[in-house]
Write a protein that binds this ligand. Sequence first.
Ligand SMILES: Cc1cc2nc3c(=O)[nH]c(=O)nc-3n(C[C@H](O)[C@H](O)[C@H](O)COP(=O)(O)OP(=O)(O)OC[C@H]3O[C@@H](n4cnc5c(N)ncnc54)[C@H](O)[C@@H]3O)c2cc1C
Length: 340
Amino acid sequence: MEVDVLILGRGIAGAVLAECCRARGLSVHVFDHKRPGNATMAAGGAVNPVVLRRDTPCWRASGLMPAASSFYRAWDARAGNSSWKDCTLIKVFGNPKEAVQWEQASAKPEGAPFLISRTEPEIDQGPFRAPHGYGTVVQAGRLDIPALLAAQREELLRGNALTECEVQPHEVRSGPGCVRVGAAKGKWLVRCTGPFLEGPGLSLVKGETLTVRIPGLQLSGMVHGAIGILPAGNDLFRVGATFKWTNVWEGPTEAAQAWMLARLAELVEAPVEFVETHAGVRPAARDRKPVLGITGEREAVLNGLGARGVMQAPWCAMHLLDHLIDGKPLDSEVDCRRFA
Ligand SMILES: Cc1cc2nc3c(=O)[nH]c(=O)nc-3n(C[C@H](O)[C@H](O)[C@H](O)COP(=O)(O)OP(=O)(O)OC[C@H]3O[C@@H](n4cnc5c(N)ncnc54)[C@H](O)[C@@H]3O)c2cc1C
């Protein structure tokens, strides 16, 4: 089997890269084995262009956010999925100082396109506790990651373009003009191995989320107060997340579950049924920017998506292909060689 691009890892990075290759007419073969701790299966799918601690747009939000929404919409339209939804994120202020910070940030030119103050009936008439008020982040979205990845899996399997196995280091052999993974041969191998990346630059951050049932709660978008909550359909909601920099591979813990349920009780005054817990490891770069570029003979990397994988993956995948296939220069801010 001979293809243009071999992809190692099919979390959100590898999945998006595979779809970008398809859109450019490049053939792919993807290898993936779901290791415990992989990031994408723990992610809620929130797409938030704002750093809520400071009420400032996150890195390159004004370019990355439109790139992400148009990419996922186009993918949905092509494949007949409905995984992407434009929605708002309502920030519930924890104290009066946060309300003042919001007012100041939303008056600045960089904040104004994302931050607005308006009445939100779902907060005012729902069971949310918001004594200090709230603000609305517009240009946000959410992605049904499990549905999108499941649909892509079927499509790749039908096209004989996916092998679900653990790839051992000795199976990868690169040489002039081509690279091989087992019997598969490609012009490029892109490693999208998330927190399992071997090499410098990553600073791993464990995270946990919960799925809970809150019967009757009406919520069309996302809410973030003491904790974040987003609708997952059928009275189910995703709640989270935690951030932990030590013992990142330990898996779900009762302490994190109890902490998230306590924060949820601060935000929502309604009976909550625990459904399940999810744990994963965010592949964050030391400088919190993506990690892209050529790492060896016919080998490249797409990683460092950190806590914003859904928003960053489309721009990163397109930028990496521009570099690998068309020879365009790589943006120095994301170049993997900064950690060499
Ligand atoms: C709790 C939590 C909540 C989050 N919530 C959000 C959110 O709401 N919105 C958002 O945008 N981001 C969120 N994130 C961040 C997001 O999950 C990551 O940015 C993203 O998933 C990283 O994707 P990835 O493809 O780089 O890595 P991964 O998802 O880890 O994918 C790497 C894949 O490669 C496979 N692999 C590695 N080595 C091999 C090998 N040798 N052979 C075969 N397969 C291999 C792994 O098993 C895995 O399947 C969250 C993260 C966590 C932990």
